[in-house]
Every structure is written in C-alpha cells, then in structure tokens.
Design a protein around this ligand. Sequence first.
Ligand code: ZN
Length: 353
Amino acid sequence: MRVSGLIISYKNGMNVLTGNSVTEYPVGDLLCRIFQGKTLDNITRILRNCINACPMRDNLLTQDEIEDAEHYIIQTLLYDDFKPAQQLAQGSFIRCMECYRALDSRTAGQLLYQERARAGESDVLFKAIGFDTVGDFLRLSYNNYIIDLYNALTLFTGMASVKSGTASPEEQATYDEIRQQLNNPDAVPGIEMRTAYDAGREEFSYSYVISSFLAMAVFEFSHLTIAATKVVRCHNPECRKFFTAKRINAKYCPFPAPQNSGRSCNDYYPQLAHRSKVKADALREMEKRAFCRLYNDKRRHPEATVEIKGLLRTLQIESPGRRDRVLIGALSEVEYQAWLNTIRREKGRSYDE
Ligand SMILES: [Zn+2]
C-alpha cells in the first residue's frame, strides 16, 4: 500500500518539514497558508481536469491500472505553487484510491450505493462513479477527496473564527456542529505516526504522515491550545484572512492585500490607513475653518443670525457625506473646498440697509 502525504515532525510549537531543506512553521501557520488563498482551488481544478482528460479512463479497473492511475495523479499534481499544499492534496487523493482499492466486492457495492445517493444531491460531485473503469474509479475517489476538503475548510473557518474571537453567529453555529461530529473517533481519516531510531543520539524521532485535509486541520488545532502562537483575523476589512501571530493584538496578515496584490496587508494596510487618516484630518480642518468663518460672521452681524444659522445647518448636514466621498476618491479636495466656499452669505449683500 502506497502511503504519501505531508510529512511533519512537531517540536515545541513548531511544525518541521524536511525536504530538500528544513523548513519550520509555527503551529497554525501552515494551515492558514494552505487553506486560504487560491492554492487549493487551483489544485482541485487541476485534479478535476486531469481526471476528465485521463488517457486510460475507459480501461477496465485492475490492480495494475490503479497503480498507473496513481502515478498519473501524482505526476499531474507536481506543480510548484506551494509544496506542502501539493503534498497534502496528493496524499489525500492517493489515500482515497488506496481505501477503495482494498474493498471486497460486497463492501464496495454498499459504499457505491451510498456514494451515488450523496452525489445525486450535490452539484460539485461526479455522478458517473464506480469500480468498473479507471475513469469511474478516479471520479469516485475525487468525490471522497472533495468531501474531506469541505469538512476541513468548514472546521478551519469555524474554529479559526472562534479562536480569534471574531466568529459571527453563523460561524459559531458551524463550529458547534462540526465539533459534535468530531466526537466520533472514526471521523478523521488519514494520519499516521512514524517512528525512527537515531542510533547516534540514542533516541526515537517521531513524524506524522498527513493524508487528509481534515486530519491536517485537527492536527494543527490540537497543538494550538498549548502553542505560543495565536490565530488572529486580519483587520483589513477587505481581507479578513486568518493568520498566526505571537500576540492576539496583531492586526494585519502577511498575505497579499486585496487592494494591492503586490504587497502584504501588514506592509500595505497601515500605510493606507495612515494616509486616509491624514487626509480625513485635513478635511476636518477645512470644515472647521468654514464653521469658524460663519460663527465670526454671526458675531459681527447679529441681524443676519437667521440666515447664518441656516448656513451652519447646511454645513452640518451635508459636510460629512462630502468628506466621505473625498475619502473614497469620488470627489477631489479642491471640489470639497470649493463647496465649503459656497456656504457663506451672498457677497456684497449688506444688512445695514
Ligand atoms: Zn490581510
């Protein structure tokens, strides 16, 4: 049986990945990186396309054909976006294939009956599934892969929003629901512990092979309570992604900012916020001068009190909306000032007459 997946060793709050080089991620960080952004969408689209385009899809399903099909899947997923995500996806798909190929015919028949019913109710699952041809078998495996991915994303969003203290009522409800399901010890597939003895250091080392998205989410969250890292939600209102930080009051994420994909939120957004604050302050200053002018006018010309009060009211009511329009770029500062200049008594008019 082939075992593939993301291999992680966990040490003191860090996940250690060994490949060509050793990379360490604080607990929760890998989860936030893999489960957000476009990576998993891209991988899943590639999988779907490669299943539809599989050259041996009409071949009858034999053990040799399954071997070839697994090889084909691994090859098509060897693209270099974010390696840990790719390894997790490969492992998840191969696990589904390995589970199904090991079934006796009676169990396979029962399973197929259930899987067909589930696919009938869904828009994203393949309908033509089975154990007859390679194509049917790959589609069956894909459906299982997708269910695992959806469960994991649901757990991730629910748990991350609750842990970061930002859960909406819907997110809280989702979290409560998935927690109930996780009571079942069979709910989480695809995690295997491996040990190796290091004779030089005279100690055992442990690593985990993770071949399920749901298992990845559970693995990370199970360590989060004892880790130094916190899950935080980005304060950039257009982003709202989750990320890990040492302090719960961290504000902006290290992922590309929706307003400027060339820069990260933590680099870009504070500047943006600062710039708009500076601009808002300047607009308030302009408004304040307009108010002062009217108050001075009122003091000097008590006979025009009624008219000036009307002007003050206009300024009070209309100015905030115009200021907001300047801040979103729908009105220029010059236009705003020009409008302020019109909130005054008509020029040349004398109240002494
Ligand atoms: Zn962000």
